[in-house]
Design a protein around this ligand. Structure first.
Ligand SMILES: [Cu+2]
Length: 144
């Protein structure tokens, strides 16, 4: 009886159940250039989680970025982490938060699957495959 209960507990607290990465995609780019990785991070648990690091083996550096507006200029800068509140979805998207992939060691061609590892404080390491795609207007935020 005790064992069953323990097994159930482990199942409930399984890391893949708490954080789910949805629709990860990376903008096509060329060797030596930079690109960005986008996705939806779904936190199904009752506690907030924090994404504090991302990495891949085909770039010089990978940083978590936010976009900001200063006067009429749009800029972006590195942030140490992003918090995904309990029971919510945080979206990394163009003109907003994104994972900056700097100094590519190879071309990122349309349709390829690129592997990234994300590090969360609670959920731990999550490896994803992001599909390479063009930046399309319908993926941008529209203001009506
Ligand atoms: Cu950036």
């Amino acid at each position: 009886m005790k064992l069953v209960f323990l097994a159930l507990l482990i199942f409930i607290s399984s890391p893949d159940e708490t954080i789910k990465i949805k629709d990860p995609w990376v903008r096509i780019s060329a060797e030596g250039q930079s690109t960005a990785l986008f996705m939806k991070i779904e936190n199904n648990s009752d506690v907030a989680d924090t994404l504090y690091k991302a990495e891949c083996d085909f770039a010089g550096r990978v940083e978590i970025h936010e976009t900001y507006q200063k006067d009429d200029m749009m800029g972006m800068r590195e942030v140490p982490f992003v918090v995904i509140p309990a029971k919510s979805t945080f979206e990394l998207k163009p003109r907003s938060h994104h994972i900056m992939v700097i100094k590519l060691k190879k071309d990122i061609k349309k349709g390829s699957q690129e592997e990234f590892t994300l590090h969360f404080k609670r959920a731990g390491k999550i490896t994803i495959k992001a599909k390479a795609d063009e930046m399309q207007m319908n993926k941008m935020e529209h203001k009506h």
